[in-house]
Write a protein that binds this ligand. Structure first.
Ligand code: SF4
Ligand code: SF4
Length: 337
């Protein structure tokens, strides 16, 4: 079984309890304007070029089967101008011809080229996961599926989560909530914790900023209520071998709201979101995550425009104020940061 991943990141401490390995799976049905993982928007191999690191040595050009080369008329970052015989990789304007074979990545002496999405075998992913098993057991950690959107490769996710469940590791998932419940519910039942996003309560605004309406997300938040019931009810949705996370009780739920200044940081949005969560999931918590711009360098590496510098980072005072609104609706705050 093969699938597309961005990376397996060991020693993650913000994606659930303890020390975890996070599997970033590629492909996503949303197009959030603040996305910090743009390489994960589609499930297809991608190579990045970090211009700031590039020394213009030309090793990538020599290795490239597509003949993507060096532009001798452009100044290199480190060595000045082309009259020194060193130019700049022409990848920035020839990337359309790239077949993502990765030969330039292996050839580059300074890691200025990188595999940002690769097609991998499930066995290789599981091997990487197992290397850190002692950290999981000593810290109460495990494995977290993230993305992109992990449910956008349902067969690969099903396979990996079944294998990892049988290895006995804790599993969490981070999801944007845009999935077909009937195709994914048995996978979710294996998790110990589900982080599901609710980016905007107003459907028109949700559509404006993410490219899709939030109806499916709201429906799936309501669907998660099955996990707050006695274990006997969960047994109706576990897989054919009866796998259920959280010691058979089914997963806990944390609804995550990424707080983007100027987009969804108004009191009305947070209040309406918390009200909805409280009325459908009495035991769920909400985590508010302040917007950040860490993904900007990835846009540069992929040659994608970074279009929204106007989104602002909410202040600590603002975040505390919004947390108070959540609590005022009877919902507990979660904090994994
Ligand atoms: S990944 Fe693209 S640029 Fe790099 S060697 Fe292969 S075809 Fe050439
Ligand atoms: S091999 Fe690396 S450092 Fe050398 S030109 Fe290519 S990208 Fe730049």
């Amino acid at each position: 079984m093969e699938g597309y991943i961005m990376q397996v990141q060991p020693f993650s401490v913000n994606d659930g309890d303890g020390i975890r390995s996070t599997i970033f799976m590629a492909g996503c049905p949303m197009r959030c304007e603040w996305c910090s993982n743009p390489e994960g928007l589609t499930a297809a191999p991608k190579i990045g070029w970090y211009e700031r690191k590039c020394i213009g040595c030309g090793a990538c050009a020599e290795a490239c089967p597509q003949g993507i080369g060096i532009d001798l008329n452009a100044p290199s970052n480190k060595s000045g101008h082309s009259d020194e015989g060193i130019g700049r990789t022409s990848y920035a304007f020839e990337r359309d011809r790239c077949i993502a074979c990765g030969k330039c990545v292996d050839a580059c002496p300074v890691e200025a080229r990188a595999r940002m999405v690769t097609l991998v075998d499930a066995g290789g992913v599981l091997e990487q996961i197992q290397k850190h098993r002692l950290f999981y057991s000593y810290s109460g950690g495990g494995v977290t599926f993230s993305g992109g959107e992990a449910t956008s490769q349902p067969e690969f996710l099903d396979h990996l989560s079944r294998e990892i469940y049988d290895m006995g590791y804790s599993m969490d998932i981070e999801t944007c909530g845009m999935f077909d419940w009937d195709k994914v519910k048995h996978i979710l039942a294996r998790m110990d914790l589900i982080f599901m996003d609710l980016k905007l309560f107003d459907s028109d605004k949700h559509c404006e900023y993410t490219g899709v309406s939030n109806e499916k997300v709201l429906e799936n938040i309501a669907n998660l209520s099955v996990f707050g019931r006695p274990a006997a009810d969960i047994n109706k949705i576990v897989d054919s071998e009866g796998r259920a996370g959280n010691d058979g009780k089914g997963p806990e739920v944390v609804i995550r709201i990424p707080v983007i200044g100027g987009v969804n940081d108004d009191d009305e949005n947070i209040k309406a979101s918390a009200e909805y969560v409280h009325s459908h999931l009495s035991k769920a918590r909400i985590e508010l995550l302040p917007y950040h711009r860490y993904g900007q360098i990835k846009y540069e590496a992929l040659g994608m425009p970074y279009e929204h510098p106007e989104f602002s980072i909410p202040s600590k005072e603002k975040m505390e104020h919004l947390k108070d609104i959540v609590r005022s609706q009877g919902v507990e705050i979660a904090d994994f940061r």
